[in-house]
Design a protein. Structure first.
Length: 76
């Protein structure tokens, strides 16, 4: 049985989803202006889909040592 490593792209998707849920919770239970945090996350995901650049990916790769899908595929 092989163990599948988490790629940087999958980690980014999971992190973005988590941050959206956190921002919604903050909007509901802390202050309505946290909706702007949700909008920022959405805008960042939108621009990342066109440019391929996301600061969170850089941080995830450096801090957790994650590899991209391409790097993981070349390793096999």
């Amino acid at each position: 049985m092989s163990v599948k490593r988490m790629s940087a792209e999958r980690a980014l998707t999971a992190f973005a989803g988590f941050m959206v849920l956190v921002s919604i919770a903050l909007t509901v239970w802390v202050h309505p202006n946290f909706i702007w945090f949700t909008a920022f996350i959405g805008a960042n995901l939108f621009q990342q889909s066109f440019t391929g650049f996301c600061p969170a990916t850089i941080i995830l790769r450096k801090v957790f040592g994650l590899k991209t899908e391409k790097e993981l595929a070349l390793k096999q």
